[in-house]
Design a protein around this ligand. Structure first.
Ligand code: CAA
Length: 284
């Protein structure tokens, strides 16, 4: 396929904004799509702030920042993605909305465009099956926070062509990421291991009768984690973690995969972590 120059990013929440930031920094033209102009502008402002912080720290030149910011075009119109060489989807972590979006992208995008999903635990194969081009659909799984975490998992679904995975891997590498390729299994590599581990951490809170602060201190200082599990789940989003755990449990049926009731209750109460201002901790 032709060289990738223009990347579409659908959904400019924490993950999508981070992916769009990586893409403009890597020199790609980016079309970022949100459902409202206000949400799009909020994401663009966040990206601008992080790039300016890099300028302050001497990690990026001012002219490079301005050029990167200028490479981001915002839209609320899905049709604006027609010109993209690859589209990376980062919307809500639920199968049906993703399948509907991929069916629309399949209609809108050029037949040779690659369609990538940033899903953490859903089946890439089931998402690809909503299109008439499953050979051009892959997983491109970034980790939170996307601009800082070095890994991207490039996931080959049942019918993905090797060239589509190669194109996604090349984009990941040009963004400065370490790319690990894998096949479409529940949770891929990292979340297959991390989600049950984080679920266990939450269960230990009640079993060992420790506070979130104590658990975080224990895991940071006893296991060398860069941030404790409660801080991490708050960062990822309680809702995102619960959805991912449910998806894994549905496929693998291992009790450790099921989201602990405490997390489900937090999600239902709107305690979603950092993004809602309160999870295990409060964020003002
Ligand atoms: N762009 C540019 N810079 C950014 C940024 C962004 N989007 N976001 C933050 N930064 C900057 C911060 O501003 C900060 O700089 P200043 O303090 O100078 O302003 C700098 O990055 C580093 O911030 P920290 O001091 O907080 O950095 P740290 O050394 O503590 O590391 C971390 C932060 C990389 C997040 C580290 O704590 C870590 O590795 N945590 C674990 C994260 C993890 O496990 N993520 C995976 C989650 S699971 C997942 O994502 C899977 C899934 O599918 C759900």
């Amino acid at each position: 396929m032709a060289e990738i120059r223009t990347i579409g990013v659908v959904g400019l929440g924490a993950m999508g904004a981070g992916i769009a930031q990586l893409a403009v920094e890597a020199g790609y033209d980016v079309v970022g799509r949100e459902v409202s102009a206000e949400l799009g502008e909020r994401a663009a402002a966040t990206i601008g702030r992080f790039l300016s912080r890099k300028v302050e720290k001497g990690q990026l030149g001012e002219a490079d920042r301005d050029a990167a910011v200028a490479r981001l075009a915002l839209t609320t119109d899905l049709e604006a993605l027609a010109a993209c060489d690859i589209v990376i989807e980062a919307i809500v972590e639920e199968l049906e909305p993703k399948r509907r979006l991929f069916a629309d992208l399949d209609r809108i995008c050029r037949p040779d465009a690659v369609l990538a999903t940033n899903t953490s635990a859903l089946s890439v194969t089931e998402i690809a099956a909503a299109t008439a081009r499953p050979q051009r659909v892959v997983g491109m799984h970034f980790f939170n926070p996307a601009p800082l975490m070095p890994l991207v998992e490039v996931v080959r679904a049942e019918l993905s062509a090797a060239e589509a995975a190669d194109a996604a891997a090349l984009v990941g590498e040009r963004m400065g990421k370490r790319v690990v390729r894998c096949h479409d299994t529940p949770g891929f590599v990292v979340n297959r291991v991390l989600i049950p581990l984080l679920n266990d951490c939450v269960r230990v809170l009640d079993e060992a009768r420790v506070t979130p602060e104590a658990l975080d201190t224990a895991m940071e200082n006893g296991a060398g984690w860069p941030m404790g599990p409660c801080t991490l789940v708050d960062l990822v989003g309680i809702d995102v973690h619960v959805h991912a755990a449910e998806a894994l449990y549905e496929k693998l049926r291992e009790p450790r995969m099921a989201p602990p009731p405490r997390l489900v209750a937090m999600k239902n109460a709107g305690l979603l972590g950092r993004k809602s201002g309160r999870g295990f901790y409060r964020y003002d």
